[in-house]
Design a protein around this ligand. Structure first.
Ligand SMILES: Cc1cc2nc3c(=O)[nH]c(=O)nc-3n(C[C@H](O)[C@H](O)[C@H](O)COP(=O)(O)O)c2cc1C
Length: 498
């Protein structure tokens, strides 16, 4: 891995021409608006906001870090021009269980350049943005890694759970029901104990990617991301909570969540594209200490209407994990899988299979819907034959519309895992949702009699484009006495490109 921390990652991305510096954008409005624009523009750069009015120069925010495949490749330490499927395959190799690398505990690190305790604690010293106009507060933690430990074992879990500033000395942490951090938190609360948490608000993008992905139960994201790095993460033990925190993190708040200390949290613009969970009372972190580097950088990943930044890279990574989980569950003949960005990589999943037996498509649909990657807040799973490109929404919908027949092709799963963020569920009924499974494969019993599909296979398409693709180029209608290169090539003239 070529970078050591967030600053180093930024410099490497900058050397590739992938970073824009923006001065003078306000935390109240500009930063959120610019970030929304970046999230919804293909190939947009990462942006480093500095000189934020009201804050010292150097107190910065990085947005849109992993929005392109090139920058994701930088984050994962892969060739920058890597294609989709090799990226997914390499990612799966790097996250095989045997590859995990435990963190290395060191005594000190740049994170302790500034240590604030007692009266010196002031969370408002950081330029937390109001990311969306109707947010109920300023969110310091969006590209955040929250470190929690299972009270019954050594399992240290890191999850991205949003962090809203309550006042200069406290923040609230929102964790959806069922998430690992929520299970830990609820164990402490059921024993009437406070729950120790370290909120890490600026860390290199790989640990953030791990923190916000479905890392297997019982596996620490430190070990998992260490496996991708091929070397241990350096962590220091926080003397207050005993939790390991990244030695080179930018900002860390440590303290304890208490069941009996709750304050309103939200509304917040969420990944479904709505302020769906509204305002609820959530536990408050009484911050006992703030650690930060000089001139700290907040990693900003505010949710926006899908697809937004994380969906641009989770399309690869969650799809890869889905492939692995389907295979691990014993579903044979799985060819490809895709978690569509338009559904936040959760609401719409497609899996292609080479059908091997009656009932195979239903098996694939149910497993995709209920495995770890698919279980939380899904909506639809579509299973298609192997000739369908699962990454192409038109191809997938064409299969749905032409190979499925509602009376035989649909299943509904009831009372599945959802939560407060689900916009389609009535506010007083949130918790469960249902799933639609669509078998869009050719019906097994008469697959041999299924109409033959029009259209060339992939190889024929490639050949046609190679031979006739020049027709698509602008300039093909150039004057006969001055042929455009494409026209000249079609007429058999040699061109330098040949
Ligand atoms: C930008 C971003 C923000 C997120 N915010 C939250 C959140 O506020 N609460 C939550 O429970 N999950 C949130 N998630 C999803 C979790 O991080 C994700 O489900 C992760 O797998 C949780 O870790 P766990 O599986 O160890 O519980 C967010 C994900 C992203 C990418």
């Amino acid at each position: 891995m070529s970078y050591t921390d967030l600053r180093d990652w930024i410099e490497q991305a900058r050397a590739l021409g992938e970073v824009r510096d923006v001065q003078g954008a306000s935390w109240q409005e500009d930063i959120g608006r610019i970030t929304e624009m970046l999230h919804h523009t293909d190939d947009s750069p990462a942006v480093l906001f500095d000189d934020i009015p009201g804050y010292p120069r150097g107190y910065r925010i990085l947005a849109n870090a992993n929005a392109t495949r090139k920058r994701l490749a930088l984050t994962l330490g892969l060739p920058l021009d890597i294609d989709r499927r090799p990226l997914m395959d390499r990612f799966l190799e790097m996250t095989e269980s045997g590859r995990a690398v435990a963190p290395r505990y060191v005594k000190d690190g740049p994170v302790f350049e500034n240590v604030l305790k007692g009266d010196d604690i002031d969370i408002l010293r950081f330029p937390s943005p109001k990311w969306h106009p109707l947010d109920g507060g300023r969110y310091l933690g969006t590209g955040v890694c929250d470190v929690l430990k299972d009270p019954d074992s050594d399992w240290v879990n890191i999850g991205t759970y949003r962090v809203m500033v309550q006042d200069s000395k406290s923040v609230s942490v929102y964790i959806s029901p069922g998430k690992h951090g929520r299970q830990f938190r609820d164990k402490y609360f059921s024993r009437h104990e406070p729950c120790p948490v370290a909120v890490v608000c600026g860390v290199e993008p790989l640990l953030f990617v791990a923190s916000s992905l479905e890392v297997p139960q019982g596996v620490s994201e430190y070990d998992w991301a260490g496996g991708i790095r091929g070397e241990p993460y350096e962590v220091v033990t926080d003397p207050i909570t005993g939790l390991p925190i990244p030695a080179r993190a930018e900002i860390v708040l440590v303290g304890f969540l208490r069941d009996d200390h709750r304050r309103p949290e939200g509304p917040f613009g969420e990944w479904t594209g709505y302020y769906a969970s509204g305002e609820r009372d959530e536990p408050v972190l009484d911050v006992q200490a703030v650690y930060h580097r000089n001139d700290p950088i907040i990693l900003g990943v505010p949710p926006n209407k899908p697809p937004y930044e994380p969906h641009r890279y989770r399309e690869y990574l969650r799809s890869a994990l889905l492939l692995r989980e389907m295979k691990a569950a014993g579903v044979p003949g799985v060819v490809d899988a895709h978690c569509f960005g338009v559904g936040g990589c959760r609401l719409l999943l497609a899996v292609s299979i080479q059908q091997r037996f009656a009932g195979h498509a239903r098996q694939a649909a149910h497993i995709a819907s209920m495995c770890r990657v698919g279980a939380y807040l899904g909506r639809m799973v579509v299973v298609v034959d192997e000739d369908i490109d699962v990454t192409d929404i038109n191809d997938v919908m064409w299969a749905v519309l032409t190979r499925s027949d509602p009376e035989r092709s649909l299943d509904i799963i009831h009372r599945a895992w959802s939560g407060p963020l689900d916009p389609a569920i009535r506010p007083d009924l949130k918790g469960f949702n249902s799933r639609l499974l669509i078998d869009a494969t050719k019906p097994w019993e008469w697959r041999d009699k299924f109409p033959v599909a029009i259209g060339p296979d992939a190889e024929t398409k490639r050949e046609t484009r190679k031979k006739w693709g020049w027709i698509l180029q602008a300039g093909g209608d150039a004057r006969a006495d001055e042929p455009a290169p494409a026209v000249a090539r079609a007429r058999g003239a040699a061109t330098p490109a040949d």
